[in-house]
Design a binder for this molecule. Structure first.
Ligand code: HEM
Length: 399
């Protein structure tokens, strides 16, 4: 379950790296921190055909960092930046300090740290204008709901999604990677999100959002044929207009959506359940008993009205049963110091235009949930393939 908060699948232990190899401190002296907690030493491989942090079961903490490239940065500069960031990310995710690490001890417990790179239009254009996919850029404007979208949380040339089960290693990675960008780019926006702590619920439990809803039930399962098609474009039948360089990659949408908790709480429980079409306690559809029961959209109640209303979120979000139906939602809650709460909605899909856009359009038109949700930020990135050891994320664009 891509949204599960506490599964360690796909991860391996990094304990061999820690306490035995140590690392060079800036002063030259080897520093060793013995970490024996299996949660702390759990590490997700960085190198591979595909980047981690997409179908990796959701970690507890996430930081999304968007950057704008410096105006005078040329293709070689982009290459240097991506190489440095990839090398640093490869080390940090395996519990090893970066070469210039000023607090190497903070790298010792990666706790499933992942760093996922997203490329905005500006970055790909800087490397090779011919390689820019048509879809890469701002989403179409959804008039009914996009009135409060602001630049504060929108767009960007480079995105680093840093996820992990321990906020210490996430914060450390954020600092080290931000340092790594300094000669090349400036921060544009930052978003910080969370889910349930690892271990607080059984492995594989679907996350909840701040409305209390079980959120992520309909997601394709990690490792399933559905996720291969819907996210990785394998045997897709989706007609994805992806560039060849994006094979083993995918597309990413990040929408910051404010949630009006106070007015939501004016609804009683049955009314809240009608808005979504699922029960709050179990996440089961109103036409079923268990979370994963199929939704019966045809079912009617005693008065002849549909059990799942015409404006229920799950009905509006289900645009058909063709190959394009579905996406991987991997969002994080946010709860700002200013009292604003919401969802950092994150979706991965093979084909942005056939999977994401029509669903968002359908929701914008008449999703009942819109009364309590307001998008305030929106960004689209290409998620390039992963890289081999010695390579860097995005190297395919330079060959
Ligand atoms: C389903 C909440 C925004 C797409 C769901 C479910 C909940 C939920 C509780 C049912 C359980 C599940 O299958 O995950 C929310 C909240 C949102 C939000 C609170 C905003 C704050 C969006 C957006 C999109 C989206 C922006 C895409 C444009 C979907 C899809 C499903 C879904 C595709 C599965 C529908 C199916 O059963 O086929 N959402 N959602 N949601 N949502 Fe959302």
């Amino acid at each position: 379950q891509g949204a599960g908060p506490s599964s360690g699948s796909g991860a391996m232990s990094a304990s061999g790296d820690i306490g035995t190899s140590g690392w060079a401190e800036p002063g030259g002296e080897a520093s060793r921190v013995a970490v024996s907690s299996p949660i702390g030493t759990d590490a997700v491989p960085f190198h591979g055909d595909r980047q981690a942090g997409v179908d990796t079961p959701g970690q507890t903490h996430a930081v999304f960092l968007a950057f704008d490239l410096d105006e005078d940065l040329d293709r070689d500069g982009v290459r240097r930046m991506l190489r440095i960031l990839s090398q640093d990310a490869a080390r940090l995710t395996q519990g090893r300090a970066t070469l210039a690490d000023t607090e190497p001890e903070l790298a010792a417990a990666p706790a499933r740290l992942t760093v996922t790179f997203g490329f905005g239009r500006g970055l790909v254009d800087r490397i090779d204008p011919d390689a820019v996919p048509e879809w890469l850029g701002p989403l179409p404007r959804f008039e009914q709901i996009d009135g409060e979208l602001s630049d504060e949380y929108s767009d960007g040339d480079l995105l680093l999604q840093i996820c992990g089960d321990d906020q210490m290693s996430v914060a450390h990675a954020r600092r080290m990677l931000t340092k790594g960008t300094r000669a090349f780019a400036t921060p544009r926006w930052t978003q910080i999100g969370f889910r349930e702590a690892r271990g607080s619920h059984p492995t594989g439990t679907t996350m909840r959002n701040l409305f209390g809803q079980v959120d992520g039930t309909a997601n394709p399962q990690t490792g399933s044929p559905a996720i291969e098609r819907l996210v990785w474009g394998v045997d897709d039948g989706l007609g994805a207009d992806l560039q060849p360089w994006i094979e083993h990659g995918t597309t990413m949408v990040i929408r910051r959506i404010r949630m009006e908790l106070d007015t939501w709480d004016e609804l009683d429980r049955p009314a809240k359940e009608d808005v979504i079409g699922r029960r709050l306690g179990t996440g089961a559809p109103l036409t079923g008993e268990q979370e994963n029961d199929p939704i019966d959209f045809e079912a009617t109640g005693p008065a002849g009205f549909p059990v799942i209303s015409d404006t229920a979120h799950v009905r509006r979000a289900r645009i058909g049963d063709g190959p394009e139906h579905g996406m991987l939602r991997r969002g994080y809650n946010y709860d700002g110091a200013d009292g604003e709460s919401g969802l950092i909605f994150v979706a991965f899909q093979t084909d942005l235009e056939r999977q994401f856009v029509p669903v968002q359009q359908s929701l914008a038109e008449s999703d009942h949930l819109n009364m309590w949700t307001t998008p305030v930020g929106s960004a689209v990135f290409a998620v390039p393939p992963g890289c081999a050891e010695g390579g860097f994320v995005g190297d395919v664009l330079f060959s």
